[in-house]
Ligand binder design. Structure first.
Ligand SMILES: Nc1ncnc2c1ncn2[C@@H]1O[C@H](COP(=O)(O)OP(=O)(O)OP(=O)(O)O)[C@@H](O)[C@H]1O
Ligand SMILES: [Mg+2]
Length: 252
């Protein structure tokens, strides 16, 4: 089977004094180009560890990560990563944080400013362009990070619980905005979440991870797009998928 991004029998061990902590064991997963894959799992099952390796930030202990059939040996501009923890630059305001990937790509100042301003608006931060990260709430920082991720238009996007800290209303708005921006873009997305509904609302596929990154379930999501949270909840197919995912998580 092909796949733009492939984890092949990856194991990740961390050393803690004399002990070794195994975070993932022999995980194999293939991400098809242009697909939106939700990764669902309980806290501590290894989701962030997996994304760090898919981003090229850390190497697996054994096994390998391949990107476009080449062994991935470091991060690069083709793979954008929204980490679980905040990485905004404290000395840059919101707009200049969002502009950063465009600056790196050498986009000229005016175009970069226009693009960044549009993205800042899309994530609901209009009016906060000149605020520094320390002047924002946790949810606002998440949204600024999302805008920065999208600004560079990487061919592959890795997102680690981007909407976890947001209120329900804002979360729904941003899920729909992300789906809109992604659809037709050709971008490949790996999206980590704890939330079953979010996984189904966004994904073409949901991969459920259990302890040590064991794959408990790998489901295709055939729900038509665009999907709206309010309509989905009463749709029989959604309800059936939700039940399966919930049972897989509980069975751990
Ligand atoms: N740098 C590290 N050193 C030692 N152990 C680590 C390190 N990073 C992760 N681990 C361990 O690996 C396991 C998986 O951690 P990981 O952060 O990948 O979980 P997660 O699925 O992302 O959890 P959450 O949903 O809470 O974010 C945990 O047992 C954690 O303690
Ligand atoms: Mg995590």
């Amino acid at each position: 089977m092909s796949g733009v991004l492939v984890a092949e029998a990856v194991t990740k061990r961390f050393a803690k004094g004399d002990e070794a902590i195994v975070a993932l064991r022999e995980l194999t997963v293939r991400i098809e180009e242009g697909s939106f894959v939700s990764v669902l799992g309980r806290s501590g099952c290894g989701k962030s560890t997996l994304l760090n390796m898919l981003a090229g930030l850390t190497a697996p202990t054994t096994g390998e990560i391949r990107y476009r059939d080449r062994r991935l040996d470091g991060p690069g501009p083709r793979i954008g990563y929204l980490t679980q923890h905040d990485t905004l630059m404290p000395w840059r305001d919101v707009l200049r944080n969002v502009e950063l990937p465009l600056q790196i790509l050498g986009v000229d100042a005016r175009e970069r400013r226009a693009d960044a301003t549009d993205l800042v608006r899309r994530v609901g931060l209009a009016g906060f362009e000149r605020h520094y990260p320390r002047e924002l709430s946790g949810g606002m920082r998440r949204r600024a990070s999302l805008a920065r991720l999208l600004a560079g238009r990487p061919e592959t996007l890795l997102m680690d619980e981007p909407f976890g800290a947001l209120d329900a209303q804002l979360r729904t708005e941003l899920q729909e905005e992300l789906a809109r921006l992604w659809q037709g873009s050709g971008q490949t997305v790996v999206f980590v979440t704890h939330d079953i509904e979010e996984a189904l609302l966004l994904g073409d596929r949901v991969v459920v991870l259990g302890g040590l990154g064991r794959i408990l379930l790998d489901l295709e999501v055939g729900l038509a797009r665009p999907r709206r949270a309010d309509d989905l909840r009463t749709e029989p197919e959604f309800v059936a998928l939700h039940r399966k995912l919930s049972a897989a998580l509980k069975g751990e």
